[in-house]
Design a protein around this ligand. Structure first.
Ligand code: GLU
Length: 373
């Protein structure tokens, strides 16, 4: 059963609202419903909970105003124009609704890069901290109008998880058009059952996640929600997927017996959690079975265990480590650039000084700068 994620267990909560809940089929804000969400937020804040809103809906709103086909998602250019147009209406809407209940809204638009770069990530974290300290409600969206195809979140599920991490929130709620994760697609299979709680995201859980969003309006399907849960859980935050098809959805969440909650088992330090939550890597190192086992046991990655080096990376860049079957098993900061890593790949420690021409570092990736996935 979903516990209520109230202020005592969760002093800081991120609430993500998807496009299909915010905007109706005619491209208008679903204001009456949104007022019930804001009423819930006001009640939670009065009870001492800090709230960060991650709001989608810019593309859907803008598409309508510009008369664009396919909800503004026919091309990246359309999506960017729609986002730029819709965002201004979206922020106005949040500012009005929050003000009506004596809350001050603050808008932050972020790109993927803002959170992937450690220094910018820390800046964003400091801004959030200050806003929350000032009693403001941050309203966040992706800066869709400047992001390019390859370097965007594209869905606000993972963005919300990343924000929870930056803000050290204890939980994320994804308000969605589905009431959590089901054993099969509930629209097609009458025997589909809701999973109330997930303690570990494994292959079975991933297999249950259908990849398409049922509304077709937003871009986050169940797969991106599971990925968001992974990022949040790695950062020590729980993540709940609950239906937003009801009025007062946060109040309903508080009463329990709805949605799916992914509980975090993680006690990963913040820096490693940031690493685990990164969505991009500059390269990958493949390792043999022995090295894969040693890494799982907490060892650093030594050159002798590496079998192949891919990508162009500099010392300090984030790279993935792949096991013998090609699956990513860990991620870390490279101690060497790609050319050096290539040179010492598969080599025993004794051979390294000659190959490099200088005293080697302790590892290809040190365990202090590595996180298992
Ligand atoms: N950032 C997009 C928007 O505001 C939504 C992304 C998503 O669908 O999750 O329209």
């Amino acid at each position: 059963m979903v516990t209520h994620l109230g202020p005592s267990s969760c002093p800081r909560l991120v609430v993500k609202i998807g496009s299909s809940l915010l905007v109706d089929r005619d491209g208008q804000v679903r204001r009456a419903w949104l007022e019930t969400v804001v009423a819930d937020i006001a009640a939670r804040r009065a009870a001492g909970q800090q709230i960060i809103i991650v709001s989608s809906g810019a593309i859907a709103l803008g598409a309508r105003r510009l008369g664009l086909a396919k909800g503004g998602r026919a091309s990246l250019e359309d999506a960017q124009a729609a986002a730029a147009t819709g965002q201004i209406a979206l922020s106005q809407c949040w500012a009005d609704l929050l003000a009506a209940r004596d809350m001050t809204a603050a808008q932050i638009l972020v790109t993927l890069d803002d959170l992937e770069d450690r220094r910018r990530y820390l800046n964003a974290a400091a801004t959030l901290e200050r806003l929350l300290g000032l009693g403001v409600v941050p309203v966040i969206n992706e800066n869709d109008s400047v992001a390019t195809a390859e370097i965007r979140f594209g869905d606000n599920d993972r963005l919300a998880a990343r924000i929870a991490q930056a803000a050290s929130a204890q939980a994320v709620v994804l308000l969605s058009d589905v009431d959590g994760l089901y054993t099969a697609d509930p629209a097609r299979d009458p025997k589909a059952e809701r999973i109330a709680e997930v303690a570990r995201i494994d292959a079975r859980i991933r297999a249950m996640a259908a990849s398409e969003s049922s509304s077709g309006m937003g871009s986050g399907g169940m797969a991106s929600k599971i990925e968001a849960a992974r990022i949040a859980n790695a950062a020590g935050a729980a993540l709940a997927i609950v239906s937003g098809l009801h009025a007062h959805p946060l109040d309903r969440l508080g009463q329990g017996n709805c949605g799916t909650i992914f509980r975090s088992q993680s006690t990963t330090p913040a820096r490693k959690a940031w690493l685990a939550g990164r969505l991009t890597a500059k390269g990958r190192i493949h390792v043999d079975a022995g090295a894969a086992k040693a890494l799982t046991g907490g060892a650093s990655l030594l050159p002798a265990g590496a079998t192949q080096v891919e990508g162009r990376f500099a010392r300090g860049d984030v790279i993935d480590i792949c096991g013998p079957d090609g699956a990513i098993i860990a991620r870390g900061l490279a101690e060497y650039d790609a050319a050096e890593a290539q040179r010492i790949c598969g080599q025993r420690s004794a051979a390294l000084p000659d190959l490099l021409g200088y005293a080697p570092r302790a590892a290809l990736i040190h365990r202090d700068h590595m996180v298992l996935l």
